[in-house]
Design a protein around this ligand. Structure first.
Ligand SMILES: Cc1cc2nc3c(=O)[nH]c(=O)nc-3n(C[C@H](O)[C@H](O)[C@H](O)COP(=O)(O)O)c2cc1C
Length: 338
C-alpha cells in the first residue's frame, strides 16, 4: 500500500486509542477491547529492541487478526537496533510503530531510553529516521511535555520541531512532565500536574502535524471537547479499569452507527477465545484479569469481580468461573445463554 493511503487510514483511527501499558495491554486485553470497539487504535505493551533482537520474536509480536488497527510500541535508543527491530516487526504488519520517549522507570533509564530521550531530540530524530527508513508503516513518537529541569513550553516545542524536521508526522503527548529521580513510575503518572494547554499550543504551532493528547482523560464527553483542540485522544487507565467505556466510542467518536454491544454479548464472544486458549494450556486468570472492571458502576459488580479474582487463578479453573461470576450477580446464566 502506498505510504500516503496508509497514513490517511490510520489518521482516522488515531482519533481515539488505548494507551500502551506494560503488563496490562497484552494480546488478551486487546482482543477484549476490540470486542468493545471496532475503530479504537490499540497499542501493545512496550517491547525493547533487546527483547526483539535476542529474544523470542513470535512471543513478543504475534497477535490475533481481530486486533487491527494495532500499533506496536518499541523501546530503545540505538538507531541501528531500532531499525533492525522495525525490520523484524515488518512481517507482522502492524498499522503503526511507536517509539517510547515517555517512560520514566529506572530499568528503562539505565538502558537510556524512554523519557530520558527527551533530553536528546537529535538522537530521537536519528532514531525516527532509521525506523522510518526501514518500513512503510507510519512511525510515531510518544513523549512527555518535559523531564526534570525542562520548564515551560520551549524545550517541548524544540523537541517536536527537531523530530518533525526528520519527517515525523504524529506525536502522542502525555501532558505532564516526568521526574527521572525521586518519583516512582506510578507517581510520575499522577504527581506532576497535567498541562493540556502546552499540547494545544503544539497543535497551534504545528498545524500540519497530528497531535494526540494523553493523560488523565476519563470520559467520552471530555474526549469530544479535547478533539476540538487536537487530532486525537489516547486513554490509558480509565479504559483498562472501566472497559465498558469503549463500547460507546464507535458511535460517539467515530459516528459509526453499529449497535453498541451489551456486556453479555462481549463476554459471549470473549468466552470463545477463552475456551480455545484454555485448551492450549493458557491459565484462565491470564485472560479474565482484563475483564474485572467490565461491570463497573452496575449493581453486583463487586461480586463479579470478587468471584473471578478468587477463582480464576486455580490451576483447574475453566470457563464455568465466568458463568458463576455472572450468577453471583443474581442473574441466572448458563452456557446456553451465551
Ligand atoms: C500499568 C501501566 C503501564 C504503562 N506502561 C507504559 C508503556 O509500556 N509505554 C508507555 O509509553 N506508557 C506506559 N504507561 C503510560 C500510559 O501509556 C499513559 O501514558 C499514562 O497512563 C497516562 O494516561 P492515563 O492517565 O489515561 O492513564 C503505562 C501506564 C500504566 C498505568
Amino acid at each position: 500500500m502506498p505510504n500516503s493511503t496508509k497514513a490517511s487510514t490510520t489518521l482516522v483511527n488515531r482519533r481515539f486509542s488505548v494507551a500502551p501499558m506494560m503488563d496490562w495491554t497484552d494480546r488478551y486485553c486487546r482482543y477484549f477491547h476490540r470486542l468493545l470497539s471496532r475503530n479504537t487504535l490499540l497499542y501493545t505493551e512496550m517491547v525493547t529492541t533487546g527483547a526483539l533482537i535476542h529474544g523470542d520474536v513470535h512471543r513478543h509480536l504475534h497477535y490475533h487478526d481481530i486486533e487491527h488497527p494495532i500499533a506496536l510500541q518499541l523501546g530503545g535508543s540505538d538507531p541501528k537496533a531500532l531499525a533492525q527491530s522495525v525490520q523484524i516487526a515488518n512481517k507482522y504488519q502492524y498499522d503503526e510503530i511507536n517509539l517510547n520517549c515517555g517512560c520514566p522507570s529506572d530499568r528503562v533509564q539505565s538502558g537510556k531510553f524512554g523519557a530520558v530521550l527527551m533530553k536528546d531530540p537529535e538522537l530521537v530524530a536519528q532514531c525516527f529516521s532509521a525506523m522510518q527508513n526501514a518500513t512503510e508503516t507510519p512511525i510515531t513518537i510518544k513523549h512527555r511535555i518535559g523531564v526534570d529541569e525542562q520548564e515551560g513550553y520551549q524545550s517541548l516545542c524544540d523537541f517536536v520541531g527537531t523530530i518533525a524536521k526528520a519527517g515525523c508526522k504524529t506525536f502522542i503527548v502525555h501532558a505532564r512532565k516526568a521526574w527521572l529521580q525521586g518519583l516512582s513510575p506510578k507517581q510520575n503518572r499522577d504527581v506532576p500536574p497535567l498541562q493540556y494547554e502546552q499540547v494545544f499550543q503544539l497543535k497551534r504551532d504545528f498545524p500540519q502535524l497530528e497531535i494526540i493528547i494523553n493523560g488523565g482523560i476519563n470520559s467520552l464527553e471530555q474526549t469530544e471537547t479535547l478533539l476540538s483542540s487536537v487530532d486525537g485522544v489516547m486513554m490509558g487507565r480509565e479504559a483498562y479499569q472501566n472497559p465498558y467505556i469503549l463500547a460507546e466510542v464507535d458511535q460517539k467518536i467515530y459516528h459509526d452507527q453499529q449497535p453498541i454491544p451489551s456486556r453479555l454479548q462481549v463476554l459471549e464472544q470473549f468466552s470463545e477465545i477463552i475456551e480455545k486458549e484454555l485448551s492450549k494450556g493458557i491459565k484462565l486468570s491470564h485472560m479474565t484479569r482484563h475483564i474485572l472492571g467490565l461491570y463497573q458502576g452496575v449493581p453486583g459488580a463487586r461480586k463479579f469481580r470478587r468471584h473471578i479474582s478468587e477463582n480464576a487463578h486455580r490451576h483447574d479453573a475453566g470457563i464455568e468461573v465466568l458463568f458463576q461470576a455472572l450468577n453471583d450477580m443474581n442473574t441466572s446464566y448458563t452456557q446456553r445463554d451465551f
